[in-house]
Each structure stands twice: as C-alpha cells, then as structure tokens.
Ligand binder design. Structure first.
Ligand code: G6Q
Length: 556
C-alpha cells in the first residue's frame, strides 16, 4: 500500500500563495546586488550562516534576504516537508512506483536503534551484515584470507556500475589517506572491455580478489565484467574452478543469481530492496571501502552519516543544513531560471565527489512527472557538475564569472589537509575564498578604470558579480566527515524532491535504452544481418558497424 502522504492530492505548487510570494521576492532580488545586501547589513554573515556537526555552511553570499529566506521555509512547510521526512524515517513506502520503503538511514543506525519495516526491526539485520563484513575485511587485510595458491590478497577489484560503483570509487578516492597503502584498489564499471583490461593488466591473479557488487546481479555491464574476470582468473591460475571461491565475493540482494554465477553464498554480503542503488555506498556495497580503510574507519563514516540523519530529522528548518541547501537550489532553479549547480571541492581527495553527486541528484530528481503522475509545470533537478579547485579555475570558471548563465556554486573546503606540505594549503584556501568573493562582489567599471585600464578594454575586464555561492567549511576530511557530507547531499536531494513533488527514488528513465540495447545486440553479433526495422539512422549505423567491425580473428 502506498502511503497516504504520497497519494493525497497536493496543493498546485505554482498556484500557491507561497510560490507567488517567492516569484515576487525573486523579482525584487533582480534589482538587488549582493554588494548592497552586504553593505546594508553588517550582520549578514551571522544571519545567513549555520554551523552543525562541525560543518559551517556560509550561505550569506546568496541572493536572499530575511524575507525571501522566510518564504523559502514557508514553502517547505506548505509542502509538508516535516511529514515527508517523518514518512521516510518511519519506513513508509514512499517510493510509490516501486512500492518500496526508502530506508538508507537504517544502514547507519546504531546497533540499539529500532527502525521498523512492515513491523520488523531491520537494524539487527544491518548490523549482522556489518559484522560479517568486518570479519571478512579483517581477514583479508591481515593476510589470513589466502588466495587459491596460498598467496595473500594484495589487490581488490570492485566490479559494479552506477550506484554499485560511483559511491565506492568516490569513497575510496576521498579516504585514500586512510587506506592500506600496501594494497591496490581498482574499480571496473564500463561495458567497454578496456576498463577491465586496464584495471587488471598488471595484476597477479593469485593475489587478486574480485568484489562483484550488484543489487540485482543481472546488470549487463557487471555480469559481463564478472564473467570476464572469472575467465581471467581461471586462465591465470591453471583453470581449477575451485579457485573462484577464494577470489570472488558478491554484494547483492539476489542470492539465487549469486549462486548461479558460482560464488559461494557464504561469501555473499546482502542488503535489501529498501536501499536504492545511489543511496547504497554505506551498505555492503561499501565492502571495497571497508577493505581499503578498515572496519573501524568504515564505522566512523557510518557514524557521520547517522549524525547528519539525526540533524536532518530534528533540526528546525532554518538551522537545518540539508533543508537550507535544498531550498536554495529550488530558489535558483525555479525563481531565477538556473539550470545547473556547480560543486567545487577545494580538496583533491574529493575529485570524484561531483561525479558521485551527478547520479545522486540527477537520477533522483530528473523527473517531469509528479507523484500523482501528472506533468510538472516547473523545472526540476538542475544539472550538477564540477571539478576540484583550483583546477577548474584555469578552465571553466571564466563562464561562471562572466558567462550568460547564472550558476550557483557550492564550494567545499577544509581547514586542515591530510598532509600539510609547505604553503600549499594556505594557497588553496586563499583561492577558494577569493572565488566566492569575486563571484559575489565582482569588479565595477569604475574600479577597472581606476586601475588605468584603457576605455576599450574596460567592458572586458568588468565582473558584474552578484553570482551566488555556498561555502561548506570543516576541519578536515575524515571518514566521519565524508559520511556527514554525503548524507547532507542525500537529504538535500530529498528536500528538493519533496518540493517538486516527484519520486526521488525510482529511475524509470534508464530503462528504454537498456531494452533497445538488448534488441540491437543480436543485430550486431549474428553472422547474417537480420532484417532491420529501426529508423533509417539507426539501421544505417548498425550496417556501418557490421561492415567496419573486425572480428578477433579478422584483426589478427
Ligand atoms: C541507482 C540505480 C543504478 C544501479 C545500477 C547498478 O540508483 O538503480 O545506478 O545502481 O544500475 O545496478 P545493480 O547494483 O543492480 O547492478
């Protein structure tokens, strides 16, 4: 049964009074420059910054004032955000199109917590899996788990895609400082065989463990890569099928398929249908993360997630980090026409964080149909993108400063690096502060002229400013902090989804391409070209590929 929260007819968003008030506020803001907002209010930073769980969110460089901020909070209330948060934590089946609960928060609940799913407390199951992961990771890391030939495992290759890849890769990169440097970690996701080839070409099969991560254990890319990995292993170890048990473990919800693949289900780590792929990096899907950073660091990460969950669940909306981040995104998307948000970590370890967020945000809220199945008449998820600073400054920042698009930015920075080397970190932080200052305040024509710039060059050197940004600032990137940061964005995505009245937890939009690929595969592989009945473009491209393709034999 779908929860009543979702099926009740909601207000018509764009006709609500609060929406109209926000339109009015946004029109007033078109005339207001951040320069004026700061000049008028010496307390602006204090008014528009919140600190919680060791994360400072400075949102004072946004195009808001007290009244517009209050109206955004009113919008959250008008959309029943509080009830919708409670529905998620309560285990209601808020993923109505798949009739599933959405309980990633249970993955990081402490052992003594109780979260009911159909009347059953799921927390003991979560901890039972965590304990098994803990034991397994300890055996591999200590060298007591040996490969088929008696050698210890030195290489771990995670095979997975989408939600079963992006989180593990991001977390491994983010927490590399905490990882066992004597081990090698690789990630294979793409159906492009080059991904597998490059990840394994220099590895010794006798020392390599494959973690096949797939919720369904049916995903084309993952199963193809897993089959290739099995052949690679058996070829390297003399063909004894018993070798598979020592070199393959599975993370999945599908024990039957895991067994059919030949992996001993004793070496399978489970999770549940109430964990969405893109919300699963803290489930058993994080096994490669635990192998890299160790069980204790993994548990610290879970603690960080949980702290943010509790903050999200209990803090007043105007002090609630995910709520504020989510509402500001709605503000720019729906009232200023922003189409993208840039996430710019000034922390090289977070280099895959924007890629991770792309899936989290866009697969969740990239929807044009409401929970009631009607088309929306407002924009939904913006496009998320980004690169670590300062690299981006030497590439696309030009457009953020002087282009024609309004691009709200999230800057992320830490006071202390994992390793302080000379002046590097001071220079890094000077740059992140300079960027948000430059975006907000810009440089006027008179300031440019005062520098002696020739008149013809003045327009080129003016920065209009008034470009919004958030700065997230914390002490250092620890496992716990990573957990907080990911949960912050997870919940911000939920806030946006609630306002837009879409289902952030399904992804029907990825299905059509998968189905069409299944139809095209035999059309490429069969010895004789079957009659093609696609459009003329697709037909011609299939024929062109068949004509140009060199079989392995032909290529020799
Ligand atoms: C995430 C999506 C998707 C999924 C992959 C992998 O929310 O559902 O990215 O994670 O398609 O699926 P499997 O884990 O089932 O292989």
């Amino acid at each position: 049964m779908a929860s009543t929260t979702e099926t009740a007819t909601p207000m018509i968003l764009t006709q609500s009074n609060v929406w109209k008030s926000l339109l009015h506020r946004a029109a007033l803001h078109q005339q207001k420059h951040l320069r004026d907002l700061f000049a008028e209010d010496p307390q602006r930073y204090a008014r528009f910054s919140v600190e919680a769980l060791g994360i400072l969110l400075d949102f004072s460089k946004n195009r808001i004032d007290d009244s517009s901020f209050k109206h955004l909070i009113d919008l959250a209330n008008a959309c029943d955000l509080r009830a919708r948060i409670d529905a998620m934590f309560r285990g209601d089946r808020i993923n109505i199109t798949e009739n599933r609960a959405v309980l990633h928060v249970a993955l990081r609940a402490p052992r003594n917590a109780s979260i009911l799913m159909d009347g059953k407390n799921v927390v003991p199951d979560v901890h039972a899996v965590l304990d098994r992961m803990h034991e397994f990771a300890t055996r591999v890391r200590s060298g007591s788990w040996l490969g088929h030939t008696g050698k210890r495992i030195r290489n771990v290759v995670n095979i997975g895609i989408g939600g079963s890849d992006l989180g593990p890769v991001m977390a491994y990169e983010a927490l590399r400082h905490y990882s066992d440097r004597s081990m090698t970690f690789r990630f294979v996701s793409n159906i492009d065989g080059i991904d597998f080839f490059e990840a394994t070409r220099d590895l010794d099969p006798a020392e390599t463990l494959f973690v096949v991560s797939s919720k369904t254990f049916t995903t084309l890319e993952t199963m193809t890569n897993a089959e290739t990995a099995r052949s690679w292993l058996l070829q390297g170890l003399g063909g004894d099928p018993k070798a598979v048990a020592k070199h393959f473990v599975a993370v999945s919800t599908n024990a039957e398929k895991v067994a059919a693949f030949g992996i001993d289900t004793a070496n399978m780590f489970g999770f549940w249908d109430w964990v969405g792929g893109r919300y699963s990096m803290d489930s058993a899907i994080g096994l490669s993360t635990m192998l890299a950073i160790g069980p204790d660091n993994f548990r610290s990460m879970l603690h960080g997630f949980h702290e943010m969950d509790e903050h999200f669940r209990t803090a007043a909306f105007d002090k609630n980090l995910p709520v504020i981040l989510g509402l500001l995104t709605v503000w720019y998307v729906n009232f200023f026409g922003a189409q993208t948000v840039a996430v710019l970590p000034y922390e090289n370890y977070l280099k895959r964080f924007p890629a991770y967020l792309q899936q989290l945000t866009m697969e969740s809220n990239g929807k044009y149909v409401t929970l009631q199945g009607t088309p929306v008449d407002y924009a939904t998820s913006p496009i998320y993108w980004g690169e670590p600073g300062t690299n981006g400054q030497h590439s696309f920042y030009q457009l953020i400063h002087q282009g024609t698009h309004l691009i709200p930015c999230d800057f992320i920075a830490f006071a202390n690096p994992a390793t302080r080397i000379g002046r590097h970190h001071d220079l890094l932080i000077a740059n992140v502060l300079a960027q948000s200052e430059a975006l907000a305040f810009g440089k006027t024509a008179s300031e440019v002229r005062a520098e002696g710039t020739p008149e013809w060059l003045v327009p080129h050197r003016v920065f209009e400013g008034n470009r919004p940004s958030n700065t997230l600032f914390a002490d250092r990137l620890t496992p716990e902090m990573l957990g907080k940061l990911v949960a912050l964005y997870e919940h911000s995505v939920y806030v946006q989804g609630v306002i837009w009245n879409v289902n952030p937890f399904d992804q029907w939009g990825v299905e059509l391409g998968k189905a069409l690929a299944q139809r095209i595969i035999p059309e490429l592989e069969s010895p004789e070209c079957p009659p093609l009945s696609h459009d003329s473009s697709t037909n011609q491209l299939i024929e062109r590929y068949r004509a140009m393709r060199q079989t392995e034999k032909g290529a020799q």
